[in-house]
Ligand binder design. Structure first.
Ligand code: KIV
Ligand code: ZN
Length: 514
């Protein structure tokens, strides 16, 4: 049996999804969940990109117990040094260094000859080896590189000590049979002196198909992301690769992964909540509709024998189909704790459980039925709003006539209460303007989304807003949850501000993208 190494790059390439930036705490939260999921290696970031990335990788390195932590670096000494420092506390460490090898990248982007590229690559690998034993080398844009050059540079970096050779289809251009041929040729050439890895982008919607094709041809590591996040159209989705290998065991009988698929659903939801990027409803495996049967004929078939229209069970990915829980007003903290542990939240502190339990009780006062999703969102909302430099005390909306509204808001800051009011075009605008006035900050709303997290008119509203504060060059995402949409919005906006202020020391300034 061959184990396919699952290399997750949600926190690095995934974070390059437009609008998906995450703060340090959120990245740590995702890394811990990825460890639980069973990924072998977490690419935790690009240390030289920003102080925020560096801090996140360092923190993740301290917190993970088993999973290998990888830090990305261009083939430049300064980057490699930062990468090595960022993972120095990790139990298992990898440095991933890369340089482009396609003619178009070498000529126009790097302005380097192929000889210079080989020299830089070798220098980078040798330097990385002075810090760690496990060095991965990527031939950026391998998908459009010349095969004989790929062989030459690969020979050189393997001699310098690279243990994994990654062949990225950086622009998502290749077709499955082409990836098969490329990997087969390279596998023959490398002859087991290094592991072949794939990193497929999804510009033609072929990232997963290409990864599976490459596995058949000899690749033993796949780089992928939760929900297929990543630069442009994203990367190969981890959940799709893993479930294809599992469901089609008849075909992939020689391959296995260390992924515990029962954690896929929770991991996907966590990443979607934190990044504010929900998978499309018809997304394979983790989309809202992935296990729904709408047509009468399908429903009839499923009732007679579920296998008529289902090739895998929702429970295989840990998805609960019965979304109603029997907990209610009279339920105690012990029952609540049992329930959340069964939902996969088994690493919360007593203080965190208490906060979520108190909010659950408040919801029980307003609603007869509480769904699993309500609980999950309450827990995640508490986590997402841990930074509380400013805390919402009260929100009051007055005079909402002809679209004009006045909001009066009180906010607690360093044990003092500050209040103010302003008029806006509607309640939400008035709330955001008032928060700016009270906190003396200037926020520009870039995006605003609201959705119901469960069913019914009294469903909890989940608000995600993206805000640019003051002169910042980056956007911050805030999350808010409440039965009242206006309160959820106030919480989300203030959450974004708290996050911005907590990041201002380690902001993604100077962040350069890969
Ligand atoms: O897409 C790509 O080529 C990359 C490399 C840095 C691995 O992300
Ligand atoms: Zn990439």
């Amino acid at each position: 049996m061959n184990n396919i190494i699952i290399f997750d790059t949600t926190l690095r390439d995934g974070e390059q999804s437009p609008g998906a930036s995450m703060n340090v705490k959120q990245k740590v939260q995702i890394a811990l969940q990825l460890e639980k999921l069973g990924v072998d290696i977490i690419e935790a970031g690009f240390a030289a990109a920003s102080d925020g990335d560096f801090d996140a990788i360092s923190q993740i390195s301290k917190e993970l117990k088993n999973t290998k932590v990888c830090s990305l670096a261009r083939a430049i000494e300064g980057d490699i040094k930062k990468a090595s420092l960022s993972i120095r506390d990790a139990k298992q460490q990898r440095i991933h260094t890369f340089i482009a090898t396609s003619p178009i990248h070498m000529e126009h982007k790097l302005k380097m000859s192929s000889d210079e590229v080989v020299k830089s690559a070798v220098r980078a690998v040798l330097y990385a080896k002075t810090f760690v034993d496990d060095v991965e080398f990527s031939l950026e844009d391998a998908g459009r590189s010349d095969m004989s050059f790929m062989k030459d540079i690969t020979d050189a970096v393997i001699s310098a000590g690279a243990k994994t050779i990654n062949l990225p289809d950086t622009v998502g251009y290749r077709l499955p049979f082409e990836i098969y041929n490329m990997v087969q040729t390279m596998a023959k050439h490398i002859n087991n002196h290094a592991i072949i890895s794939l990193h497929n982008h999804n510009d033609l919607g072929l990232a997963v198909a290409n990864s599976l094709s490459g596995i058949q041809a000899g690749a033993r590591q796949v780089e992928c992301t939760i929900n297929g996040l990543g630069e442009r159209a994203g990367n190969a989705a981890l959940e799709e690769i893993v479930m294809a290998l599992k469901v089609r065991k008849d075909h992939y009988d020689k391959f296995d992964t260390n992924i515990n698929t029962k954690h896929i659903s929770t991991t996907s939801k966590l990443v979607a909540d934190i990044t504010g990027i929900q998978p499309q409803p018809n997304k394979a495996i983790v989309g809202k509709n992935a296990f729904s049967h709408e047509s009468g004929i399908h429903q009839d078939g499923v009732l007679k024998n579920i296998k008529t229209y289902e090739i895998m069970k929702p429970s295989d990915i840990g998805k609960q189909t019965n979304n109603t829980i029997v907990l209610g007003k009279l339920s105690g903290k012990a029952a609540f704790k049992d329930k959340i542990v069964s939902m996969g939240f088994d690493n919360l502190s007593e203080a965190e459980i208490k906060k979520s339990f108190d909010r659950f009780k408040l919801l029980c006062d307003k609603r007869k039925i509480v769904h699993d999703d309500d609980i999950r969102f309450i827990i995640s909302d508490e986590k997402l709003n841990e930074d509380k430099l400013y805390e919402l005390k009260s929100v009051q909306i007055n005079n909402c006539t002809n679209g004009l509204a006045t909001a009066t808001i009180s906010i607690i800051h360093e044990d003092k209460i500050y209040s103010d009011a302003s008029i806006g075009d509607g309640a939400i605008d008035a709330v955001f303007k008032t928060i700016d006035r009270v906190t003396k900050q200037q926020g520009k709303l870039i995006d605003y989304q609201v959705r119901a997290v469960s069913e019914g008119k009294d469903a909890l509203a989940k608000v995600v807003c993206k805000v640019k504060f003051n002169e910042a060059k980056f956007n911050i995402i805030g999350h808010g949850l409440n039965i009242d949409t206006v309160l959820a919005s106030a919480r989300a906006y203030l959450g974004a501000l708290n996050s911005y202020l907590s990041m201002s020391n380690s902001s993604p300034r100077n962040k350069h993208q890969v």
